[in-house]
Write a protein that binds this ligand. Structure first.
Ligand code: ASP
Ligand code: MG
Length: 462
């Protein structure tokens, strides 16, 4: 058995769905289970509709209805299919009406609301497969064993899911049925619908693969796998052939936007490989994510950057050697429910980073009782994912490159997972830093040493 997951852009319209069917048809003998996202930007559109209902009292499902009904027509599905999804669209309308009346949108209601995206897409896709003569059935995640906690918006799948999912799904695939399962959603113990976090369909797919001990989980995207850098920044970014689960997790977390950072967890537990493929370019080999790399590789696998980071410098106003300083500082962050990304410490000072979305006024007030606090916004984290055994080489080369392009490094940390070396630069300097590092680590022929290197890099900047 394999799991094949297709994201929103891969099922955005009738043409894309036909294309997905072609890809799936070629692998039918491997007993696939399909996991689908909502069509196109439906999740965003649902959230916008909720916002309209909440703030303006307007109930409108037109855009969502139109996309799905048009897709049914374009795929030439029979009238029954349309009849089948109308109750869902009605239920959605009613929910929006409810929101517009009470002018309240709780996290729980929001999860219920966005669940319609995936519930609609699987029904249409399954109907299309049946029309092609491939026996398929749409399932809401809870009908194939997905049980979560009740942390709405970012729910965690419970232990029961590990038993229930294979109990439900394996017998279905054994009969030759193609199950088409909603990604992203689950249900908590009381039956309320939950979601696994934006982009969470990846996790749905890896969870099924891991729980059913599938041969592999294929995650079909609109890029050629995990790339050595963001192709919008680096023209000749190339797909990385293989990465480890740890590397993929770090990449996802530090901005590679290829897989959901949580998606690796079930695979780490079970060692099921994940294959990231491009649905627009199925011939391309994609990226294979596995537990350990056998062969020798370049020291660096990929370079990412994440913008809109705030750097906080905290210097103790107490004496050197005072204990409990770190504890007090982190307790303050915990009190204000602020999650820290990077940390670097010395005896009397701590530098750390947070996403710029947080308001830090109260934290600053709090910390100022024990320390001098300096907050600087407009920073970016540049992360190099590479071979830890070669960290000295990577650091030396990275700093040399930053020096050559005249970008001051403002903080450094080597992640505990040991595959990541991150440093802080100004937001505005992040793109050129990534470009120059990519050039150094992946086009080393072009970049020897000293002056020549400086020349090559400054040419690459222009
Ligand atoms: N449809 C959801 C989202 O857009 C989940 C997913 O696509 O993975 O976030
Ligand atoms: Mg989506």
């Amino acid at each position: 058995m394999i799991v094949m997951k297709f994201g929103g852009s891969s099922v955005a319209d009738a043409e894309r769905i036909r294309h997905v069917a072609e890809i799936v048809k070629n692998q039918l003998e491997r007993k696939p289970v399909l996991v689908l996202s909502a069509m196109g930007d439906t999740t965003d559109h649902l959230l916008e509709a909720a916002d309209e209902a909440l703030t303006d009292g307007v109930v409108s499902v037109d855009r969502i209805k139109e996309l799905h009904l048009k897709t049914i027509r374009d795929l030439k599905l029979n009238a029954e299919v349309q009849k089948g999804i109308l109750p869902l669209l009605d239920e959605l309308s009613q929910l929006l009406a409810g929101i517009s009346l009470i002018r309240e949108l709780t996290k729980r209601t929001k999860d219920y609301l966005v669940s319609f995206g995936e519930r609609l897409s699987v029904r249409i896709a399954a109907a299309y497969f049946n029309m092609l003569g491939i026996k398929a059935q749409a399932f809401d995640a809870w009908d194939v064993g997905f049980v979560s906690d009740s942390n709405y918006g970012f729910a965690e799948l419970t232990k029961e899911s590990w038993d229930r999912i294979p109990q439900k799904l394996i017998p279905l695939t054994e009969t030759g049925l193609l199950p088409v399962v909603t990604g992203f959603i689950a249900r908590e113990a009381n039956g309320n619908i939950t979601t696994l976090g934006r982009g969470g369909s990846d996790l749905s797919a890896t969870m099924i693969a891991a729980a059913c001990k599938a041969e592999e989980a294929q995650v079909w995207k609109d890029v050629d796998g995990i790339l050595t850098a963001d192709p919008r920044l680096v023209k000749d970014a190339k797909p990385v052939g293989t990465v480890t689960y740890e590397e993929a997790t770090e990449l996802a977390y530090f901005g590679a936007q290829v897989l959901h950072p949580r998606a690796m967890q079930p695979c780490i537990k079970t060692g099921i490989p994940v294959l990231v493929k491009n649905s627009y370019n199925p011939q391309s080999p994609g990226t294979r994510i596995i537990s350990t790399l056998e062969k020798k590789h370049l020291p660096v696998r990929a370079i990412t950057s994440r913008k809109n980071v705030t750097l906080v410098d905290i210097v103790s106003t107490r004496m050197l050697g005072q204990y409990g300083f770190l504890e007090e500082v982190f307790a303050a962050f915990a009190r204000h429910k602020l999650s820290v990304d990077m940390v670097a410490t010395s005896e009397v000072s701590i530098s750390l980073t947070l996403d710029a979305v947080h308001d830090l006024t109260d934290l600053k007030k709090d910390l100022s009782q024990i320390a001098k606090v300096d907050i600087r916004a407009g920073k970016a984290i540049v992360t190099i994912i590479g071979d830890v055994r070669r960290s000295s080489e990577i650091l030396a080369r990275a700093f040399r490159t930053c020096q050559l392009i005249g970008v001051p490094v403002q903080m450094v940390s080597q992640g505990a997972s040991k595959v990541n070396i991150s440093f802080i630069v100004n937001d505005t300097e992040a793109p050129e830093t990534v470009k120059a590092l990519h050039m150094d680590f992946f086009d080393s022929l072009k970049l020897p040493t000293g002056r020549q290197a400086a020349g090559a890099i400054s040419r690459s900047k222009s």
